[in-house]
Design a protein around this ligand. Structure first.
Ligand SMILES: *Cc1c(COP(=O)(O)O)cnc(C)c1O
Length: 228
C-alpha cells in the first residue's frame, strides 16, 4: 500500500470534482478511516500528510491515538461509528468530531460528560435503510432545534452514508438531499448549529459526494487499504 500515492490520486479526483462544480477543493477535508488497518499503517497515513483520522470503534480510536501521541498535534480525531450512550464518557474528551449524533439521549450524555464544546455532525439516514442509523430527513430540523438546550454541542454539519448500490442516481440523490437539508437548516440561523459542513462520501462514492457538496469525505479502503 503506497498511502502517499493513494492520497495523491484521491486528491486529484477531488480536485476534478471541484473544478467541475466550480468550487474550491480547499473546502474538502480528507478523513482517513483506519478501522481496517494497524497502528503502524495509521502512522504511515499521518506521515503521508493525512490530517484527519476516523475510527468507528472506541477502542480502535483510543489505541491509535495513544500510539500516535507524538504526532497528535498534527491530527484531528473523528469518531464516525455508532456511539452507545454509556460509552460516551470513554471517548468524548478524546475526539475533535463526532459524526453520529442521532438522538437526544446521546446529546444528553455528551452534555454531561464533555469538558468543552464538541463539534458534532447530525447523522441522517436519508434513504431510510433499516441497516443504518440516523434520523429520517423530516425529523432533522426539529432535532437540531432541540439541541440548542445542550451548550456542549455545536452542530457543525450533517453526515450520511449512501446505500451500497451501483446506481449512481440513487447515491447522488441521497447526497443532494443532504445538501438541501443543510441549506434549510442554515436558513434557520440557529446560533448553536452553523451547519457549514457535510460529511459524506466513502471509497465507493466520494467523487459524487464532492460534486454534491461534501466538505469531509471519509475514506478507508482506497486510501489506507484493508488489512483485517
Ligand atoms: C468504514 C467507514 C467508512 C470508510 O469506508 P471505505 O469504504 O473503506 O472507504 C466511512 N464512513 C463510515 C461511517 C465507515 O464506517
Amino acid at each position: 500500500m503506497n498511502i502517499l500515492e493513494n492520497k495523491e490520486k484521491i486528491l486529484d479526483k477531488i480536485q476534478d470534482a471541484c473544478t467541475k462544480k466550480n468550487r474550491s477543493s480547499k473546502g474538502v477535508n480528507l478523513v482517513a478511516v483506519t478501522k481496517y488497518v494497524s497502528n503502524e499503517t495509521t502512522k504511515n497515513a499521518v506521515l503521508a500528510g493525512v490530517e484527519h483520522i476516523g475510527e468507528n470503534r472506541i477502542e480502535g480510536l483510543l489505541e491509535k491515538k495513544e500510539y500516535l501521541k507524538e504526532m497528535n498535534e498534527n491530527v484531528k480525531w473523528h469518531f464516525i461509528g455508532t456511539l452507545q450512550s454509556r460509552k460516551v464518557k470513554d471517548i468524548i474528551n478524546q475526539v475533535d468530531y463526532i459524526h453520529s449524533l442521532d438522538r437526544l439521549s446521546l446529546a444528553k450524555e455528551i452534555q454531561k460528560r464533555a469538558d468543552k464544546t464538541i463539534s458534532c455532525f447530525v447523522q441522517v439516514n436519508v434513504a431510510e435503510e433499516d441497516s443504518k442509523h440516523g434520523l429520517a430527513v423530516k425529523e432533522v430540523i426539529s432535532f437540531v432545534d432541540k439541541l440548542k438546550d445542550y451548550d456542549k454541542i455545536k452542530v457543525v454539519g450533517l453526515m450520511t452514508m449512501a446505500p451500497f448500490t451501483e446506481d449512481e442516481s440513487v447515491v447522488r440523490n441521497v447526497f443532494s438531499t443532504l445538501k438541501q437539508l443543510q441549506i434549510d437548516i442554515q436558513r434557520k440561523d440557529f446560533p448553536h448549529a452553523p451547519c457549514e459542513e457535510l460529511s459524506m462520501g466513502m471509497s465507493n462514492d466520494y467523487v459524487i459526494a464532492v460534486e454534491e457538496g461534501a466538505t469531509f469525505v471519509r475514506i478507508g479502503t482506497d486510501l489506507v487499504g484493508k488489512e483485517f
